[in-house]
Design a protein around this ligand. Sequence first.
Ligand code: CUA
Length: 177
Amino acid sequence: MAITPPSERLWWNEPASKTELIWIVIAFLWGLVMFFMMIYWHGAGKQNLSNEAYRTTPVRYARKSQAMIDAYTVRQENNYPVVHPPPGSDVYLTARLWQWWPILEFEKGQSYRLHLSSMDWQHGFSLQPVNINIQVHPGYEMVVTMQPDQAGEYGIVCNEYCGIGHHTMVGRIYVVE
Ligand code: CUA
């Protein structure tokens, strides 16, 4: 919004300046490039799209997650259960306003089927610092097979804006030797 109104009342009818036209052309061409890259990236490039997804409900998903927490919690950290599921098992991470629940502990070199779903709104699973990103939706259960190859502490941040507490929505995954 300009501070002062345009001098001409019919401002929208003025010819566009050369600079503006150049930028419109650049933006349009870049949009076209990205449109075709979007198709290209489906086949090429190292994508980590989930190719396994199921319909679920928050209640059904929460039940499975709770069963895993009840069976494999090894300790508590700041009122979060730390869950150490058996290698090769199905692991349920829950996104909700504004938490990743629970904290998970994996063993290095072992493979896990990580399930992701949301209890409320759309969230974004972003694993740091390795930068693995997956959208998390309510009503859908995404399954990603993970095999951590390095021990350490990983952070999960939410990368889809989900309201006032979005920036506090952080979680943790431990990978132990
Ligand atoms: Cu959850 Cu942003």
